[in-house]
Design a protein around this ligand. Structure first.
Ligand code: AMP
Ligand code: GLY
Length: 422
């Protein structure tokens, strides 16, 4: 199969690693880690015309879109129109992530368990303030895509007022925050569930747990994710079954019946509350760094699974996860998630890759052909597979400790909730 992957982060490196046996593999634009697995292309994910033309000229069988923004912008629609199979939903189906108010209304229509909520537009600041005050502790969210910066946790009404002012009046997040969703603050442990779907049937992949806060013990501001592991023991078989019947299946049925057939990966972000699993958010793509732990655990033929998700027939496939665990420790630039410098030389990559079971996924790196440099906030996803979570974590930290660059910081407690459970 001839495959083109769109994106340039750790998730896309993990996708390239998973699909490395393709007859031809291209990554647009890719990163220094994907270059050895396939060919990086200087194509921008927003250049739909260029991507469709390349796919046609190179007889690409499947385009796999990593990030949400190109999907929200209609890249899958452009590929569909060009007659090219695409793993990833159309813009209308991607609204499940790109519009939180759409996702919440969909959940409400289908009685899918989620936090109590209401949405408000720019001219409803006063009403929004009153609703937030009624809720007490709440979360104020930009309805649109905000690159992980759109959810503001508000313990007190003064914080909600500030957040609402910043989004609705000052326009701090631009169009993404012109509409807000205010929701009840849920308590519990978070976990994510990933499925591959052709819109009718689905394959359930492993569950995972992300670590959003920048510092140990879940301190400091939210990030794109500082580490992950899979499977997540908090997602017991019973909780997985409940989530499939109360969340996943009603979403797929509803999307299909509303003319928004959902194809690709559906990511359900969950809060395991005392009342059962409730949806925190949906994403229309693999999580990052979660992809770096979920994809390496895939058994069977991932190429066939992704192609069937794009073109149909996924109901004929079976998925059985490996009975192993994977852990990923993100190495970040000094200052992330705030401002950070770039261009710091990275050492120890080769030695770290020699740690048994390790997989070093590049995210924000660059190269001059000789050395590798930092080039983003999240620099590397140091991943390892092990027979148990403890084993995977041990290997991942062993590799993470070998890699050095000025300002490197990372969480020391990835997996702490699962280890406590054991
Ligand atoms: P989101 O952008 O919706 O994924 O939210 C980002 C993060 O904020 C989530 O992973 C949670 O940690 C937290 N969060 C979002 N919504 C809620 C909620 N209703 N209750 C508690 N925490 C939440
Ligand atoms: N790690 C969270 C996400 O990919 O949305």
């Amino acid at each position: 199969m001839r495959i083109l992957i769109i994106g340039s982060g750790g998730r896309e490196h993990a996708l390239a690693w998973t699909l490395k046996n393709a007859e031809a593999l291209y990554i647009a634009p890719g990163n220094p880690g994907t270059q050895g697995l396939g060919h990086n292309l200087p194509l921008d994910p927003s250049d739909h015309h260029g991507i469709v033309s390349f796919a046609r000229d190179e007889k690409i069988d499947l385009v796999v879109v990593g990030p949400e923004q190109p999907l929200a912008n209609g890249l899958a629609d452009a590929l569909d129109q060009g007659g090219i199979a695409c793993f990833g939903p159309t813009a209308a189906a991607a609204e499940i992530e790109s519009s939180k108010s759409f996702a919440k209304a969909l959940m409400q229509r289908n009685h899918i368990p989620t936090a109590e909520w209401r949405s408000f537009e720019s001219d409803q600041y006063e009403e929004a303030k009153i609703y937030a005050e009624q809720l007490g502790p709440c979360v104020v969210k930009a309805s649109g895509l905000a690159a992980g910066k759109g959810a503001i946790m508000c313990e007190h009404s003064s914080e909600a007022e500030k957040a609402l002012r910043e989004l609705l009046i000052d326009g701090n997040l631009g169009d993404a925050g012109k509409e807000v969703v205010i929701e009840e603050w849920m308590t519990g442990e978070e976990a994510s569930l990933f499925i591959l779907t052709d819109g009718d049937d689905y394959l359930l992949l492993d569950s995972a747990q992300d670590h959003k806060r920048v510092f140990d013990n879940d301190q400091g501001p939210n990030t794109g994710g500082m580490g992950a592991y899979a499977p997540a023991p908090v997602m017991t078989q019973q909780l997985i079954e409940t989530t499939c019947s109360t969340v996943i299946e009603p979403v797929l049925q509803s999307m299909a019946s509303e003319g928004r057939l959902y194809k690709g990966c559906l990511y359900a972000g969950l809060m395991i509350t005392d009342e059962g699993p409730k949806v925190v958010e949906f994403n229309c793509r693999f999580g990052d760094p979660e992809a770096q732990v979920v994809l390496p655990l895939m058994d069977g033929d991932p190429m066939e699974m992704l192609l069937c998700a794009a073109t149909g027939g996924i109901g004929n496939l079976r998925y059985s996860a490996q009975s192993k665990s994977a852990a990923c420790v993100v190495l970040a630039s000094g200052g992330y998630p705030g401002d950070y410098p770039k261009g710091k030389v990275i050492t120890g990559l080769k030695e770290a890759s020699e740690v048994s079971g390790s997989l070093i996924f590049h995210a924000g790196t660059s190269t001059d052909g000789n050395s590798v440099f930092t080039n983003g906030g999240r620099v590397l996803g140091v991943t390892a597979i092990g027979s148990t979570l403890q084993d995977a974590l041990h290997r991942a930290y062993q590799a993470a400790d070998i890699i050095e660059f000025e300002g490197k910081h990372y969480r020391r407690d990835i997996g702490h909730r699962a280890l406590h459970r054991e």
